[in-house]
Design a protein around this ligand. Structure first.
Ligand SMILES: [Ca+2]
Length: 284
């Protein structure tokens, strides 16, 4: 069953952080060792020194993508430095998030997560968090995404979590890939969850041919998807690394040489792939 996700509902949760259940060292405060952090709302803020959790429960009305965000202040070190924070849904970590010190309160999004209908327990400051942060408010809402259709069959949530973690680790400045895998992610859920891996490379042999690890229908769908470039669609042979044949286009340029660096290589292929899925609109 496909369930459309729609933005525009009233916010599911919008609360003072200090109204969450606080544990493991998280405490309500109005200052930290006498230093004030003005501009908070409510009774104060939640001070998480080197450990502490904030927990709340939310009723998830339908399967879909949801977003957790917070107003917070990472107060340690110099501006620009970051501290790793983790949050979890129903006990499952949603990845590592490096919240920067920006010298004041900031609105920080923990990104999107696919959650199924029911009651979800959200925990901020889960195991692995470094702390040294203040939380003023917490917001949990439908993800503000286009009206994608969400498959009732979730893909590998761990794969999506890893993707988001890698993107966060590089401040979204590098592309990330599935260099090896057994099960190929569902292309619809890749789109739904925004986990746009640069490429995927499944193990060969029975992983492809047993009809179970990667069902034929999945292979057919993903290799024919408009969002997936297969090797035969590359502008050059991908089986040789020493010599490429080139073709001169009617306009005088060389087909496949999109960044004008004098050679046709994987960089051109990656640029074409980005262009194809709409991540860039021009090559130079
Ligand atoms: Ca507050």
């Amino acid at each position: 069953m496909l369930v459309p996700v729609q933005a525009g509902y009233s916010q599911l949760v919008s609360m003072e952080a200090e109204d969450c259940a606080l544990a493991d060292g998280a405490v309500l405060a109005a200052d930290v060792y006498g230093t004030e952090y003005p501009g908070y709302s409510g009774a104060g803020f939640v001070w998480v020194a080197n450990a502490g959790t904030l927990t709340f429960q939310v009723s998830i009305p339908e399967n879909g993508m949801y977003e957790l965000s917070t107003r917070c202040w990472m107060y340690l070190g110099n501006e620009g430095e970051t501290m790793l924070q983790v949050y979890s849904i129903n006990g499952q970590s949603q990845g590592d998030f490096y919240i920067p010190n920006q010298g004041g309160w900031i609105d920080f999004s923990f990104g999107y997560a696919y959650i199924e209908r029911g009651t979800a327990t959200i925990e901020i400051g889960s195991s692995g968090s470094w702390g040294f942060i203040l939380y003023d408010t917490v917001t949990f809402d439908y993800a503000d995404m286009p009206d994608y259709n969400i498959s009732s069959t979730p893909c590998d949530g761990n794969a999506t979590t890893v993707f988001l973690t890698l993107v966060n680790d590089t401040n979204d400045t590098k592309m990330v890939a599935l260099s090896e895998l057994d099960k190929i992610p569902d292309i619809q859920n890749i789109g739904n969850e925004g986990a746009w891996w640069l490429y995927f490379c499944p193990w060969y042999g029975s992983f492809i041919t047993d009809g179970t690890t990667n069902p034929t229908s999945l292979l057919y769908t993903i290799y024919n998807s408009q969002y997936v470039l297969t090797m035969d669609e590359m502008p050059f042979s991908t089986t040789t690394t020493s010599t490429y044949s080139t073709t001169t286009s009617p306009g005088g340029g060389t087909l496949g040489e999109v960044n004008n660096d004098g050679s046709i290589n994987i960089v051109d292929a990656l640029l074409i792939a980005q262009y194809y899925v709409g991540l860039i609109t021009q090559f130079c």
